[in-house]
Structures are given as structure tokens and as C-alpha cells.
Write a protein that binds this ligand. Sequence first.
Ligand SMILES: C[C@H](CCC(=O)NCCS(=O)(=O)O)[C@H]1CC[C@H]2[C@@H]3CC[C@@H]4C[C@H](O)CC[C@]4(C)[C@H]3C[C@H](O)[C@]12C
Length: 326
Amino acid sequence: MCTAATYKTKDFYMGRTLDYECSYGEEVTITPRGYTFMMRHGKPYQTKYALIGMAHVAGEYPLYYDAINEKGLGMAGLNFVGNAFYTEPAEGKDNVAQFELIPWILGQCTSVKEARVLLERICITNISFHESMPVSSLHWIIADQDEAITLESVREGIKIYDNPVGVLTNNPPFDRQLAGLNRYMGLSAKQPKNTFGGANELPLQAYSRGMGALGLPGDLSSESRFVRVSFVKMNSLSGDSESESVSQFFHILGSVDQQRGCCEVKEGAYEITIYTSCCNASKGIYYYTTYENHQITAVDMNKEDLNAKKLIRFPLVCGEQIRWQN
Ligand SMILES: C[C@H](CCC(=O)NCCS(=O)(=O)O)[C@H]1CC[C@H]2[C@@H]3CC[C@@H]4C[C@H](O)CC[C@]4(C)[C@H]3C[C@H](O)[C@]12C
């Protein structure tokens, strides 16, 4: 499972957790401006804008899981197994393989508004990057400081949903996730009021703090994570400085963190939160933590040459960085 969320203070932030039982060997990767992608179905394409994100780099090809570009547009791919449906290339469409989609959008759009226009012509194809790699079943959140959308390619075709909560998890499809929130609209950060009233009011008592959100689902299913992270995000308060915003963002995604041992995917294999990211999309900074490194590590794209010819790659800093005080 994975969870993605957006957050706005002075700047615009977007990030995700990547939950899985094994890592694909990912790195923080900057694709510079003017980088050429040999498209599977059409003419080679050159990025107009630089992007930074988490990618598995195969040869010189960045297979992005999530990224932001230098214009403040961000995008993340999350598992959508059993519902994602990609097709053969179609006449008169922009035919883009699933693994080409993030650089295709972020390399040429400055906003969700522009992405919506490009997506009117999109056909997401089912070709794999390499025979050794399966085609991932994904759906995507695309967001900027003004709005977020969810992109799904399903059996009936391409679906683009407004995403007013700025959150995405996995199954079921997004419209059902959003409708699921209706069941929880009574949850509150405030103490509950006794409504067992009438003539003979029961003497009920809020004997603990936090009882206003009793009923918030605590399990790791994707529907529950959707509700939980939405509740946390919508109630979230923080200062608007960089460190307060980044800190709060990691706390928001911390509400759906997966600890090893709690979600068995097959005999002896457990899903964990492999990494958590927080991008300052306004400033081009990629922050991350990993399962075994709680210290926040950051890469600032603007400290690099964004007109470079090659990918700029940062292997993840792994292993706990403990600051000893004595
Ligand atoms: C496994 C991850 C989703 C985690 C998740 O959601 N786990 C819950 C399972 S579940 O929800 O319970 O079912 C996804 C998210 C992004 C993916 C990469 C995208 C680029 C590239 C695309 C190529 O085609 C195949 C290789 C490739 C490197 C992909 C590998 C893998 O697929 C990645 C990491």
C-alpha cells in the first residue's frame, strides 16, 4: 500500500509513503531540462522542465515513482491492482507507456490546469519497460498549490477526478474512496458532546482526551488509511516556516506508517513503509526518511545544474543516524 498527500502552508508540499515488502533500488533522481526520452510509441520527447523525484534508474532511464518539477507541479504513482487497465496504442492519441507518464506530464506542464489539457489526448499503454519487469498497475495523483486530481486508467477508459482532499491511497477506485469519507463526517478534533439526551439524559462522560475521533479506522487497509490520513490532514495545524511545515507533513504521513510485522503479504514477508517523502514543490526540495533512517535527508534541485546532460542521482542514505548527547 501507499499513501500520498498534499499540504499547503506558505509553500506547497506533496509527498507519499511507499509501502512494500521489498525495495526496487530507488534513488533521488533529477532529470535535467532538455533530457531526451525515447518514447515507445512516438517521436523522442525532450523535457522542458527539470524534475526531481524517487526513481529506479535503469541504464540512463529514470523510472519515477513520484516527482515534482521546477514549476511546482507534482505527481505520484500508487498501486491500483485489479483496477488499472492499460490498452494498446490508439490512433490520434498521445500514446504513453505507463512508465513514461510521470516525465511526460512533469516535463512539459506547469500546472494541473495544463496537465488536464494534455490528459484529454492521453492513452496509457500496457507495454512493459523490459521483459524482466512487470507492468505496474498504478493510478496517480497530480497536484499543484491550487488543486489536485486523480488519474485512473480503467476498463471503461481514462478517468480524471477532482481530488478535493488531496489524498490518494490504493483500492478501491477513487470515487468510492471519496464517498467513504461520508461515513466519518462526524469525527472531530473536539471533545464529543453527549447526545444520549432527551428527558432522561444518560450521565455519559468524556473520560479521555481524543474521544471526538473515536471510530477513526486504525487498520492498514487502503480505505482506512484514506480516511485516517484525510482526517489528520484536514485537522492539521502548523506554523508556516520550512521546518515546521516539513515536520508537520511527516507527522501527517506518520499516521499511516507501516511497521514490520503488522501486514503479512505472504508467508514470512511483511509490507513496511520503505520510504516517506515530502517535497517542497515551490522550492524544488525533496525530503525523505527511510524505514531504517528516521533522520530527514534532503536534496535541493536548485543546487544542481538543471541544464546538465545527464541524470543527477543520489543514493538513499540508509541506517539510523543517531545523535548521541553524551
Ligand atoms: C511497488 C510500488 C507500489 C507500492 C504499493 O502500493 N504497494 C502495495 C501493494 S497493494 O496496494 O496492496 O496491491 C510501485 C509504485 C511505483 C512503481 C514503479 C514505477 C516505475 C516502474 C514501472 C515499471 O512498469 C515497473 C518497475 C517500476 C520501477 C515500478 C515498480 C513498482 O511497481 C513501484 C515501485
